[in-house]
Design a protein around this ligand. Structure first.
Ligand code: UTP
Length: 408
């Protein structure tokens, strides 16, 4: 793309300011900027409007979860079935590590965060340790696919190399990059990160399967015979990956996807809950439930909307391929975005100053024909690190790790 074509593309979406410093750039930087303009999809900016008037939800109804007592009863059978699937390489794991972790406030990828106290213990290490345990149980390694973004790919790969993959067989770990989207101010003007660089950010965790396919990993999945993919977040240090009992329960129920869920602490807790929407599995945010729904009880006297998701899903590959061409909704998310001000000075804001556009993995659930919500014990499996302090922080995760016997 040449300068004139770039200017035309930008004018069409009101973003000509991105060429403000063009004449000050070196030839190479100019080339880089033109290429970035050519590759960027500015049409996503129209979604800024949806922030003001979100799309209405369908008819919401409860979806029954498989609860702890039932799981306990069938545990041996589930575990046997899960291990069988793991032994025949039917399950792969997908670590979503493309996020920016802005709330934690570190520039490094979240997984390299050291949560140790008397010794080093990195978030990635916690996850690999867990996978290692499953490998021991199954007797063979599980393929691990790690999603990164342009912002953290090199650092993430270098970190794994430097730590020798924490002892996990390197040939079973593959990295792939997710797509990026432009970041804008509240008026829809795309930020410049540098004079020759448009501000972009990872486009959410919803595009993981499409990005895997673009990276050629789907071929490997077919060659290996992987039928299930366990997708999980980087920031839950008590994450149970490729959990044999969960896998067995999903196989047994013949569902297209399984979702690990935790019982809500109380009806008012602010978590996304699993339910049916227009008859299909779905996840609604706490504010989308009416007061009446929050307190609604089922035939056993339990709250009907009582289970929150923890971003640990087991997807059936054939179903993922079926829905691959479905467009997921784009969410407009307020974030802190580093930018150049009008004087060309770099600013790192300490409060949200604009929006990013994200597709979310939870929206994929609605496209799946059937879903098994599978209850897990919160204190044993859910220690997310989102914030520096307080709720879901390094501090709260450390306390939970210690409670589970992990030496810090
Ligand atoms: P979060 O929604 O917590 O986002 O991600 P984040 O970017 O890590 O953190 P904040 O909101 O900026 O503080 C949940 C999971 O999805 C992954 C994250 O790495 C985490 O495992 N994720 C998120 C991606 O892989 N890509 C994205 O674009 C966003």
């Amino acid at each position: 793309m040449n300068y004139e074509q770039a200017l035309q593309k930008l004018s069409d979406s009101g973003q000509q300011h991105l060429l403000k410093y063009y004449d000050e750039l070196s030839e190479e930087e100019q080339k880089g900027l033109l290429q970035q303009i050519a590759e960027t999809d500015f049409s996503v900016i129209r979604y800024l409007e949806t922030k003001k008037s979100p799309a209405p939800r369908g008819v919401i109804e409860p979806l029954r979860a498989m609860q702890l007592s039932e799981i306990e009863e069938k545990k041996d059978d589930f575990t046997r079935k899960g291990l069988e699937a793991l032994r025949s390489n039917k399950v792969g794991a997908v670590l979503l590590a493309g996020g920016m972790g802005t709330r934690l406030g570190s520039d490094a990828p979240k997984g390299v965060y050291n949560i140790g106290v008397t010794k080093d213990l990195y978030i990635f290490e916690c996850l690999i340790r867990n996978l290692e345990q499953v490998k021991e149980l199954a007797g063979n390694p599980i393929h691990l696919f790690v999603m990164t973004s342009d912002k953290n790919h090199d650092t993430t790969v270098a970190f794994f190399e430097e730590h020798d993959y924490f002892g996990y067989p390197k040939e079973y770990v593959r990295f792939f990059r997710q797509e990026m989207a432009p970041a804008v101010d509240y008026d829809g003007k795309v930020f410049l990160e540098e004079k020759g660089k448009i501000s972009t950010s990872p486009n959410g965790n919803g595009g993981w399967f499409v990005s895997m396919d673009r990276a050629g990993i789907l071929d490997l999945i077919h060659e290996t015979g992987i039928e299930w993919l366990n997708v999980f977040a980087v920031d839950n240090v008590l994450q149970k990956i490729a959990d044999p009992s969960f896998i067995g329960a999903c196989i047994d129920s013949d569902c297209m996807v399984g979702a690990k869920v935790v019982r809500k602490a109380d009806p008012e807790e602010k978590v996304g809950v699993i339910c049916l929407e227009d008859g299909a599995p779905s996840i609604v945010e706490y504010y989308e439930l009416t007061d009446e729904m929050r307190h609604q009880k089922d035939e056993n006297g339990d709250y009907a909307y009582n289970f929150g998701v923890i971003l640990n899903y087991l997807f059936r590959v054939s179903e993922l391929e079926r829905i691959m061409s479905h467009e997921l909704p784009l969410h407009v998310v307020e974030k802190k975005i580093a930018y150049l001000d009008e004087t060309g000075k770099a600013v790192k804001p300490d409060a949200p100053n604009g929006c990013k556009f994200e597709q979310l993995v939870l929206d994929m659930i609605h496209d799946m024909g059937t879903c098994l919500p599978y209850e897990v014990v919160r204190e044993k499996e859910f220690a997310p690190i989102k914030n520096k302090e307080g709720v879901d922080s390094v501090e709260s995760a450390r306390a939970l790790l210690e409670k589970n016997g992990v030496m810090l």
